[in-house]
Design a protein around this ligand. Structure first.
Ligand SMILES: C[S@@+](CC[C@H](N)C(=O)[O-])C[C@H]1O[C@@H](n2cnc3c(N)ncnc32)[C@H](O)[C@@H]1O
Length: 243
């Protein structure tokens, strides 16, 4: 069945808890950005699924994806696993994802409107967790809480594939590195990332340093079995195994 789950009880959160929707990223709640997302961002879904297969993904696996967006990875992994739970806070993104899954007649996808901090996992623990370009939406305190929650819903030995905008450089290099990254942005938002969008990412979202994130990852109970940092120091890809 494909659908936003309505029978999952919303997680009770105290009044000091953040509202993840307020941190979802302005553009992810903007219909025009969501509509053009796939034309400007290629999530390399086929090679990501191939990697997960190398790491043990089978047709029996349960995969939970956080920040699934328009579902590029979701629809690619669906035929390679038993069940895929696609979690995202943005109803617009989930709408795109569901339309894609329906058009492809994929029947093992459950789309859940929730976030890293509010998704309630029911049933068997996940074999794999996948998240690309989403954890940076949370401030660092909440990233650590989110990673701990992910560790609680994955089985021992399960794999978390985490790929995000992560700054792999020293604070003294920050201004030069960030300026160099922003300079790669163009003027247009169609088919590419504009300079204004990259600036917005740095200014308004919560990407952090690798040397802040990696201790959080270990502290939450994951072993970093592979870490790949892009040469410009702006993107990091991790393979993390749950202890
Ligand atoms: C840049 S998009 C990435 C989409 C997709 N993973 C990809 O790689 O193309 C970020 C996604 O994370 C979602 N998101 C933002 N905050 C989130 C949160 N706290 N929990 C789950 N998803 C969140 C946004 O709604 C958006 O769909």
């Amino acid at each position: 069945m494909i659908g936003v789950t309505s029978d999952r009880p919303p997680r009770f959160t105290p009044t000091w808890f953040i509202d993840e929707l307020n941190y979802a990223g302005r553009e992810n709640l903007d219909p025009s950005h969501v509509a053009r997302y796939d034309a400007k961002e290629d999530a390399s879904a086929a090679s990501e699924v191939a990697l997960l297969k190398d790491l043990g993904l089978t047709r029996e696996s349960l995969v939970v994806e956080f920040g699934a967006g328009t579902g590029q990875f979701t629809v690619e992994v669906s035929p390679a696993c038993a069940q895929l739970i696609a979690v995202d806070v943005s109803p617009l993104m989930l709408h795109q994802l569901q339309a894609k899954a329906k058009a492809l007649r994929l029947s093992n996808i459950e789309a859940v409107r929730a976030g890293f901090l509010t998704y309630e996992h029911i049933g068997s623990p996940a074999d794999f967790i996948y998240s690309r370009f989403a954890l940076h939406h949370l401030p660092d305190f909440w990233k650590a809480v989110a990673l701990d929650r992910l560790h609680r819903l994955i089985r021992p030995g399960g794999v978390l594939r985490l790929w995000d905008v992560v700054y792999d450089f020293a604070p003294s290099e920050a201004e030069d590195r960030i300026e160099a990254w922003c300079a790669t942005g163009g003027d247009a938002v169609e088919g590419e990332w504009s300079r204004a969008e990259l600036e917005e990412h740095v200014r308004d979202e919560h990407s952090t340093f690798s040397w802040v994130l990696e201790p959080m990852i270990r502290r939450s109970g994951f072993e970093i079995t592979d870490a790949e940092h892009s040469q410009d120091g702006v993107f990091s890809k991790y393979v993390l195994r749950a202890a």
